[in-house]
Design a protein around this ligand. Structure first.
Ligand SMILES: NC(=O)c1ccc[n+]([C@@H]2O[C@H](COP(=O)([O-])OP(=O)(O)OC[C@H]3O[C@@H](n4cnc5c(N)ncnc54)[C@H](OP(=O)(O)O)[C@@H]3O)[C@@H](O)[C@H]2O)c1
Length: 328
């Protein structure tokens, strides 16, 4: 699937187009992989917007980038054999050839969705952003925005494991019900309700100790005014500003509110935690095994649905991690 054009305003499925070509022969030290599934994350929209400096400048006319899980079909590296299942930059394509160093073996019997979701980049982002940057303590109040999304639904559940009281913010009543009834959040609020600010205040009677910010924008603006002394704001992403060519200004109250309440506001990028991924995955797997962490996915079928899946993700139409199944 190619980037046909860069979005001007909101992303549309027409910004992508299918193209076919010969399957690349793996070169020296390369491994050729048949893609089984890819994941799509909101941060990829920042990449297309050009606002994610780490992703480089966006360009039309190339294969859309992205992470996937695939099966090795040919290997010119001693560390990989045909049949191995690997995670890496498959991009949005059926077959991908890349140097062995860019692939990482995963459990061949497991569901690719698990390796792309809770044990993939977004799960690790939730885990390290919350536990390392936010560091919630038992009894503290944690608020997370885009709470029913891929990162957010894991943040809330990990915060519960840590003994916090958890308030989720999502974009529909259905999602709010899922957060409370199925995923153990204490309270969930619909950001689109007219009385959102009143509900937000009522849901945080002891104010906020950790705000995990996936959205920026108005929700960050509200959270800033509810922070406790020595609270922590974890700046994970700015999804309210991605799907537009005219991102809004930052919120009021910075730096005054940070100074008065001694609030720490800190951004992070998950790549910085690479040397701790194995330990993070092991702890999350143990919580999955004990039933304390329930990963959710929204599934789409076929590479041709990837553009539409991306549009739905940004529009709030998905719950959990967005996965596109590409092959059995
Ligand atoms: N720092 C890092 O290393 C890192 C790594 C990965 C991801 N991230 C960030 O993590 C965040 C979540 O990513 P994700 O892949 O898990 O996406 P996601 O939460 O699965 O999907 C994005 C969600 O954002 C909400 N949203 C959309 N427009 C919004 C708006 N104008 N205001 C408020 N909410 C809006 C929608 O849910 P509702 O309609 O339900 O609100 C949408 O479903 C993103 O900001 C991403 O950039 C950061």
């Amino acid at each position: 699937m190619m980037i046909a054009s860069l979005p001007d305003g909101q992303l549309s499925a027409d910004n992508f187009q299918l193209a076919s070509g010969p399957v690349a022969e793996p070169g020296d030290g390369e491994v050729l992989v048949r893609t089984l599934a890819i994941t799509i994350g909101a941060g990829q929209r920042a990449g297309l917007q050009g606002s994610a400096s780490y992703a480089g400048a966006p360009t039309a006319g190339r294969v859309m980038n992205g992470t996937g899980v695939g099966r090795v079909v040919a290997s010119n590296d001693a560390g990989f054999a045909e049949g191995d299942v690997v995670r890496g930059m498959t991009n949005w394509q059926d077959y991908a050839s890349a140097p062995a160093s860019q692939w990482e073996k995963v459990d061949a019997g497991g569901d690719p969705a698990l390796h792309l979701g809770v044990l993939g980049t977004n799960g690790l982002t939730a885990y390290f952003g919350l536990t390392d940057v936010g560091n919630p303590q038992p009894g503290e109040t944690v608020v997370v925005s885009a709470a029913a999304g891929s990162v957010g639904h894991i943040v809330g559940q990990v915060a519960k494991v840590k003994g916090a009281r958890v308030v989720g913010i999502a974009g529909s009543d259905d999602k709010c019900r899922t957060l409370v009834d199925d995923l153990g959040f204490d309270v969930a609020i619909n950001r689109k309700d007219d009385d959102f600010r009143d509900q937000f205040k009522a849901a945080t009677p002891d104010r906020i100790d950790v705000y995990f910010d996936n959205t920026g924008g108005d929700i960050l603006g509200s959270a800033l005014f509810r922070m406790n002394t020595h609270g922590r704001i974890v700046c994970c992403g700015v999804v309210s500003q991605y799907d537009t060519s005219t991102p809004g200004p930052g919120p009021r109250g910075i730096p005054g509110l940070l100074v008065n309440n001694r609030v720490r506001m800190e951004g992070f990028l998950i790549f910085d935690y690479a040397d701790r991924f194995v330990a993070g995955r092991a702890e999350m797997q143990s919580w999955i095994d004990s039933g304390q962490l329930v990963p959710r996915v929204s599934e789409f079928a076929g590479l041709e649905s990837a553009g539409q899946a991306f549009v739905e993700l940004l529009g709030g139409g998905t719950v959990g991690t967005t996965i596109v199944r590409v092959a059995e």
